[in-house]
Design a protein around this ligand. Sequence first.
Ligand code: ADP
Length: 153
Amino acid sequence: MSRIALFPGSFDPITIGHVDVITRSLDLFDKIIIGVGHNTTKQYMFPLQDRVEWIKNSFSDYPQISVESYSGLTVDFCKKVQARFILRGLRTSADFEFERAIAQMNHYLERGIETIFLLSSPQYAPVSSTIIRDIIRNGGNAQPFVADGVILK
Ligand code: ADP
């Protein structure tokens, strides 16, 4: 059975921290699906189409990696794409507390799905989409912190 992992997130926008987690996990899985969340109650800075396009641009050289958008429960999307693993990154203890609850709830919902965590590389620990959006809003240069395929005007 092939090991398929879903890396779910908002990717608003995708950062060098996300890229680090994804590329470091390539040896662990046969296939990684980057699942771009689309939640109608959530406000995003960048439209879904751009968030997906930028991820596709960033990983065009990686046949193991694909990108899809989804809405609804992450475990339902895992079943749809036959992913037995959910991949998440951890930067801080706050991330851990938040992620622990989600992972445990997902496990209650779907026993066959395990969440795998990778610790952030130290140099990327302070990188977050939230701070990057703040830099952009205030006219700063966020380009060094986003993935190669992100086009900021
Ligand atoms: P969400 O909206 O679900 O929090 P994000 O796009 O912010 O989605 O993040 C997706 C995943 O990437 C989460 O597991 C998050 O902890 C992880 N992540 C975000 N930034 C980093 C980083 N700099 N290093 C490692 N993991 C990260």
